[in-house]
Ligand binder design. Structure first.
Ligand code: A2R
Length: 312
């Protein structure tokens, strides 16, 4: 008999097809009455296929007494209760590394888009202002700019390497100093004060909740730019909107928000802000590789092999 698994939300067609072939898949997102579905099939569910946004709560996992594995599509597992999973001996897997390149490219794209005022200039052309007013205000070069990376992990290092090619000077902040030549700051506000661009690419969750706060944004300053390709929970969104509104922060490039898909109304009107709908890993190639890894981890688990990319 095929193992039974729970799918939290729609997945890529090739992922759904592969999972359907190997397992009896119960689609929670299609249930009219989710509680009734869980009550009926909960004790038989041995795996969860989820993503970084939907995660898996302790409440849900607590109702699945036969649960063995949570296979997450995404590297960030802040929406999965890892403490609960660990205490119940549930394996959690994610999709690291395969998305480094594209998430890093999104960070670089946002640095370039904000520094070269790409979106505002696009609007300038579309609105006919080039003809009526001439050239827009000059932008800023990133050669020689100092970039502070909050979270110099797998993706952070990729961002650092790519921006190095553009002539940026790299610094980083994390909980520990690494054996690497970039300048280390043990204090985030101190790093923000020293750099032109602050790029967040650390995990979400309690330890990073709101760490890019009013003090950090003020330290980054009126000529500074904040880029977030990590999680919306990492920045204090009220403080961020206020800093941009007051001009105490120069610009922002945001791929993630506190209450996705909600975006503060005020940001929509600011031409010094570039907005993306959480698309860091959003390419056909990377999403395919992430999907393959979700399936592969699940396959390995249920055939008794060690999973490929364990979190716990
Ligand atoms: O703190 P360290 O030295 O362990 O460095 C990690 C850093 N980090 C933090 N930095 C400051 N305060 C914290 N509370 C904190 N917690 C972790 O974030 C490390 O350098 C970096 C995370 O690197 P990786 O684990 O290699 O993650 P990866 O694959 O680069 O992805 C980062 C995040 C995901 O969790 C998603 O939320 C997002 O990118 O897509």
């Amino acid at each position: 008999m095929k193992p039974e698994i729970l799918m939290m939300g729609p997945m890529m067609p090739h992922v759904e097809a592969a999972l359907d072939e190997a397992y009896t898949v119960h689609r929670l997102f299609k249930a009219d009455d989710r509680d009734a579905l869980i009550a009926e099939i909960g004790p038989r569910i041995r795996g969860i296929a989820t993503d970084g946004g939907l995660g898996a709560s302790a409440d849900l996992m607590g109702k699945l007494s036969a649960l063995e594995i949570v296979s997450c599509y995404g590297v960030g597992v802040d929406a999965i209760d890892l403490g609960h999973a660990k205490s119940q001996g549930v394996t959690v897997t994610n999709t690291p590394d395969v998305l480094n390149d594209d998430v890093a490219n999104m960070a670089v794209a946002l640095v370039l888009a904000t520094s070269r005022t790409l979106v505002a200039n696009d609007t300038w052309v579309r609105q006919g202002r080039w003809q009526s007013e001439g050239a827009p205000p000059l932008a800023r070069s990133i050669r020689g700019a100092k970039v502070g990376i909050l979270g110099l992990g797998r993706i952070g290092k990729d961002i650092a390497e790519k921006l190095g090619v553009f002539g940026c000077e790299i610094a980083y902040h994390g909980r520990s100093k690494q054996d690497i030549s970039y300048e280390y700051f043990d204090d985030l506000a101190a790093m923000a004060k020293a750099v032109d661009y602050l790029i967040a690419i650390c995990p979400g969750g309690p330890s990073t909740n709101g760490i890019v706060n009013a003090e950090v944004l003020e330290a980054l300053g009126k000529d500074g730019t904040f880029i977030n390709v990590a999680r919306g929970s990492v920045h204090d969104e009220t403080a961020l909107v206020a800093a941009l509104h007051n001009g105490t922060l120069g610009a922002a490039g945001l791929d993630v928000f506190a209450k996705e898909p909600g975006v503060p109304e005020a940001l929509l009107k600011m031409d010094n802000v570039v907005l993306q709908p959480h698309q860091g890993s959003g390419t056909v190639e990377t999403r395919r590789a992430m999907g393959d890894l979700v399936v592969e981890n699940m396959r390995r688990h249920f055939t008794g092999e060690p999973v490929k990319t364990p979190v716990t």
